[in-house]
Design a protein around this ligand. Structure first.
Ligand code: FAD
Ligand code: EPU
Length: 331
């Protein structure tokens, strides 16, 4: 048996049948028996049970940096830790990813849900991704336009049946610093350079988000929901202080954390599971939580938000059960 305790930031004591460390594309040549799943550091997953299969742990290392005209081209192995890459780039004067500082996890997982924070998404800097099709063994390059990046979305999430293992991510950064300070907590600050932005992001994050080393969690448990104008106006009439962000195509993004908070679910506890006192969108393991406690807490929250606002929340975290990925609605 392979313990998944070091491979899920919820800190759940779950196991897989076996684990394989993938340190190069060659490690994927060997036949992989179904069921299997790919893991980075498990900071965006909830295991609803033990997993009766093989876990492929993404561990390809290596970073190459080249200057080309007015750009830096960076090729990073999927198993590199993203935040370590960000620090390394800043040390070399390469800016762009500073707003994504301190998001846990690997480089290879970052494009899967197009991670985002403080007004920046990783897809904005990705030029291409080198992948291995685990069913055919074919290795190929996907250009940015083929990755279909959206809010917490990408080709990889849309086509889950196609088992693509990310091997390397190729980034492109301009050699001039462009501050990205649209987020409310960054706008009003006098941030002179990318390092100052990183420091402010670290400060904002530590105020709101629990550190998984001490409190098990997987960041935002649900995605922020999108609503159309009609729904928005109906909600605004009742809740004038509703936080709203434009999302394009006539849609508006609401803050799931605000909806959960207003539904009376901030800081609540169910067994050993709970919601974070400073950010209701984060489900936490208060000690020895079992998977079912987190699932039933998540279901309770969904029911409360649906009842109060008529909005159905969808999880951001990926859910895995005994045979592989499970749909939230099937639980
Ligand atoms: P995992 O959780 O191991 O995997 C996530 C998914 O990616 C799984 O479906 C897995 O199968 C797939 N995957 C992983 N590696 C590969 C690969 N090489 N090839 C193909 N598929 C792969 N996310 C944000 O977007 N913004 C935030 O601000 C943010 N803040 C967070 C704060 C905290 C405290 C925590 C715990 C999480 C936060 N997250 C955030 C979520 C999470 O950190 C990111 O989604 C991160 O990219 C997950 O990386 P990981 O290596 O842990 O991936
Ligand atoms: N809010 C409350 N109560 C709460 C939580 C939030 O009223 O308990 C309100 C806040 O006051 C604010 C609004 O809701 O007005 C939005 O909150 P916040 O700025 O904390 O951001 P968020 O929408 O909850 C998103 C991402 C985070 C990302 C931050 C910063 C999603 C699902 N989450 O959170 O990403 O770090 O913005 O950009 O999009 C993650 O994906 O795991 C994650 C942590």
């Amino acid at each position: 048996m392979f313990s998944l305790l070091p491979y899920n930031t919820f800190g759940l004591d779950v196991k897989a049948w076996q684990g394989r460390l993938i340190c190069s594309a060659a490690d994927l040549r060997q036949q992989i028996q179904e069921p299997y799943l790919i893991l980075g550091r498990g900071s965006d997953v909830l295991f609803t049970d033990d997993f009766d299969g093989t876990v492929l742990v993404s561990n390809i290392k290596g970073v190459q940096i080249k200057q080309q005209g007015h750009c830096y081209k960076v090729r990073a192995g999927a198993g590199e830790i993203l935040d370590e890459l960000i620090v390394r780039l800043l040390d070399q004067g390469i800016t762009g990813l500073e707003n994504l500082s301190a998001i846990p996890g690997t480089v290879g997982a970052a494009p899967i849900q197009n991670i985002g924070a403080y007004g920046v998404e990783i897809g904005d800097f990705i030029e291409s991704i080198e992948v291995c099709d685990l069913q055919s063994g074919e290795i190929f390059v996907m250009q940015r336009s083929e990755c279909c990046f959206g809010y917490r979305d990408s080709y990889f999430k849309q086509h889950r049946e196609r088992r693509l293992f990310v091997l390397y991510v190729n980034f492109s950064f301009e050699d001039i610093y462009t501050p990205r300070l649209s987020y409310k907590g960054l706008q009003e600050m006098d941030l002179k350079d990318a390092r100052a932005v990183r420091s402010q992001v670290l400060a904002l994050r530590s105020r709101k988000l629990p550190d998984p080393r001490f409190v098990g969690n997987a960041g935002s448990f649900f995605k922020n929901p999108l609503v159309d104008e009609k729904k928005l106006e109906a909600l605004r009439a009742e809740y004038p202080d509703l936080p709203v962000f434009t999302a394009g195509a006539g849609l508006y993004k609401l803050a799931a954390g605000w909806l959960i908070d207003k539904s009376g679910c901030r800081g609540i506890t169910h067994g050993q599971a709970g919601t974070w006192e400073h950010q209701a969108l984060v489900l936490v393991n208060r000690g020895q939580a079992r998977p079912h406690e987190l699932v039933s807490l998540g279901k309770y929250i969904c029911a409360q938000v649906e009842h109060k606002f008529g909005i159905s929340l969808q999880p951001e975290v990926r859910l895995y059960g005994r045979q592989g990925e499970v749909a939230w609605d099937s639980l």
